[in-house]
Ligand binder design. Structure first.
Ligand SMILES: [Zn+2]
Length: 106
């Protein structure tokens, strides 16, 4: 289990969890803020998103980066390329495979 994202609030944490799930990465949210108690929460308490399988860590970090760059799922899914080394689908802005390190050929 590894932390991949610190969210500003519960909604953002849930969005990230859903986003990761859309790419077949299981995650959980820890430290969800209690609704209605915002004013009493210490400033350093934010919900965090953790992946369940450590093997997903590198991929999850890249997805988090996509998310923070403001890419929509459509933009990402419409611009994937397939790694010739391991057959994994890679998001367009990456020139290397996150899984096997293979270079993008085309
Ligand atoms: Zn690969």
């Amino acid at each position: 289990m590894k932390q991949v994202y610190i969210a500003e609030d519960n909604i953002t944490a849930q969005l990230m969890k859903d986003y990761l799930a859309s790419r077949r990465i299981d995650s959980i949210i820890k430290g969800e803020l209690l609704l209605g108690a915002i004013g009493e929460i210490p400033a350093n308490t934010f919900p965090t998103v953790w992946i369940v399988e450590d093997d997903d860590y590198e991929h999850a970090l890249q997805l988090v980066k996509n998310y923070e760059d403001g890419l929509s799922n459509e933009q990402i899914f419409n611009n994937v390329w397939r790694c010739e080394g391991c057959d994994e689908l890679i998001e367009a802005q990456f020139t290397q495979c996150w899984k096997c390190g293979g270079e993008r050929v085309r």
